[in-house]
Design a protein. Structure first.
Length: 191
């Protein structure tokens, strides 16, 4: 278990994009392990990140490699957050693959170390990813969230996302069922 980060700390997370992350050999070398720790801890705690069981370290490494490849091809953005050179959060979006959907992207994961929650890391990551989407010419940024993920849904709404649909009882975690909530941010309508 990772020690808690004092909430009275005024230290802002350092946000890096994929280029900055991969250009620092020490950070990049430890990124998969640190991301695995965060994601596995969150999933173990019941977080809605798309896994029922914690992902393996290799699965997380493959995911990061896939996202970095997409970024290099102009089809994604990756942001990571560090406090004192310790990874405390990550998030990414990927452009839709269908030719008719190429102007749009999906925010697929935003994850914050439980020890750093409440420090504004999720907001900073999401805001940076929105800026990256706008810079990349993305017209509509979408996401989906599990219906009981109140903190994330509140964050997304506060950043301008609006709900455009809901599938009742669509997400299955064992015997439990949750709504799948679809949200969008129309970047064509914003300056």
């Amino acid at each position: 278990m990772t020690p808690a980060i004092p909430h009275e700390a005024t230290v802002q997370p350092v946000l890096l994009d994929a280029g900055e992350l991969t250009s620092d050999p020490d950070l990049w070398a430890g990124c998969a392990d640190a991301a695995h720790r965060i994601l596995a801890d969150l999933v173990r705690g019941g977080a809605a990140l798309g896994w029922v069981e914690p992902p393996s370290r290799d699965e997380v490494a493959e995911l990061l490699d896939h996202v970095v490849s997409a970024v290099r091809a102009g089809d994604g953005a990756l942001r990571v957050a560090y406090l004192d050179r310790r990874l405390v959060g990550l998030g990414y979006w990927l452009r839709y693959a269908r030719p008719t959907h190429r102007p749009h992207a999906d925010l697929e994961k935003v994850a914050v170390d439980p020890a750093a929650q409440g420090l504004g890391v999720g907001r900073a990551l999401t805001a940076a990813l929105i800026t990256d989407a706008r810079t990349a010419g993305i017209e509509v940024l979408t996401l989906d969230a599990r219906g009981d993920n109140d903190h994330a849904l509140r964050l997304y709404r506060s950043l301008g996302f609006t709900e455009y649909g809901r599938l009742p009882d669509f997400v299955a975690v064992g015997e439990r069922r949750y709504d799948k909530v679809f949200c969008m941010l129309d970047l064509r309508r914003q300056d």
